[in-house]
Design a protein around this ligand. Structure first.
Ligand code: NAI
Length: 335
């Protein structure tokens, strides 16, 4: 069985090859064909001759791409990620694709990155590092707040949201959680509240819900206005949860105090690639980078050794289920 692995970076190859070797006899018929290209209508042809594709967060699996893959006789899609907002599930169902994902590889990895972003932005360690290297030991501009005792609002109290809640609870923050369904663990860590109460009371609002029709631009002009003046917004979930234009305006009006993002609405043209020698043709992104109170990382929340191992291991487990025809609990579309 041949699988074209799209958006393959050197580290993907390392971890997938290692997992394949560990799988031993169970997956001897599997051949992984690595492609650095992102899956799109133009690159779908690279899957020619393969039975399946293996994709990541910025690979596009909309109806036209899925139809092209189906025409090439590709039958399965293995996502190396948890979110599947990039897959047109209705089209994939209609075309009979087997679609499986890695639902949880290391919620703590993303939660810890969230903490890193908050700590960095609050205490300006990224700016301090640059200053000290330049022999500048002045503290002006590096003033932070003590996080202990502050209120942190977790939007989406699932695996990552709860791992984040545990961390902030651990450093003495008051934790508020918003989730459409009851989450009993929140009572131990803080309180489950309405979105309105969370926005009104939180010093830090951290997004951990999936991107779907009802969460698209959930942070917009209206919800930003309901946040505390000077609060910090953190998004390590999906870029389109946030209306970037509205956030820029809220930063300019000084209503939003800080912004930390690991994801960006138009990130597929930027993230995971070295663009240091190119002109970045995205005015909104470039504008964001000019604010001293904005911190951007390039979708690296998941990027730990443990998470990469787990992604590779579970992806190949999903492949084995497809090959053997066995039960697969990680299917995005039920058979
Ligand atoms: P999960 O499925 O365990 O939790 C999501 C939670 O959001 C659930 O409790 C669900 O009830 C809740 N939810 C659904 N609709 C909501 C709404 N309208 N408002 C508030 N909450 C809502 O998912 P998990 O594993 O915690 O992942 C969350 C998201 O994190 C993923 O969907 C993905 O977009 C993102 N992610 C980001 C990574 C990164 O590297 N930055 C890596 C992995 C995931």
């Amino acid at each position: 069985m041949k699988i074209t692995v799209f958006s393959a970076q050197p580290y993907d190859r390392t971890f997938l090859d290692d997992a394949l070797e560990r799988a031993g006899d169970r997956l001897t018929t599997v051949e992984l064909i690595y492609q650095q290209a992102t899956l799109s209508p133009q690159t779908a042809v690279l899957a020619q001759g393969s039975d399946a594709v293996c994709v990541f967060v910025n690979d596009r699996l909309d109806a036209p791409v899925l139809e092209r893959l189906a025409a090439l006789r590709v039958r399965a899609i293995f996502l190396r990620c948890a979110g599947f907002n990039n897959v047109d599930v209705a089209a994939a169902t209609r075309l009979g694709f087997f679609v499986a994902r890695v639902p949880a590889y290391s919620p703590e990895a993303v939660a810890e990155h969230t903490l890193a972003l908050v700590m960095t932005l609050n205490r300006h360690t990224h700016r301090a590092w640059l200053r000290v290297r330049d022999g500048n030991f002045a503290l002006d501009g590096l003033l932070g707040i003590t996080l202990c005792g502050k209120t942190v609002g977790i939007v989406g109290a699932g695996r990552i949201g709860l791992a984040t809640a545990r961390i902030f609870h651990g450093i003495g923050c008051r934790v508020l959680g918003y989730n459409p369904t009851p989450v009993p663990e929140l009572a131990r860590l803080g309180e489950q509240v309405t979105l309105d109460a969370l926005l009104r009371e939180s010093d830090i609002v951290s997004l951990h819900c999936p991107l779907a029709d009802d969460t698209h631009h959930m942070i917009n002009r209206d919800t930003l206005a309901r946040m505390k003046r000077g609060a910090m917004l953190v998004n390590t979930s999906r870029g389109a949860l946030v209306d970037t234009r509205a956030v820029v305006d809220a930063l300019k009006s000084r209503h939003l105090g800080f912004l930390a993002i690991d994801v960006y609405e138009q990130e597929e043209n930027l993230f995971f690639h070295d663009r240091s020698s190119s002109i970045i043709d995205d005015d909104m992104f470039q504008l964001l980078l000019t604010f001293p109170n904005v911190l951007v990382t390039g979708h690296q929340g998941f990027f730990t050794v443990e998470a990469m191992r787990e992604i590779a291991h579970v992806t190949l487990d999903n492949v084995r289920c497809f090959v053997d025809g066995g039960e697969c609990g990680n299917r995005v579309i039920d058979a």
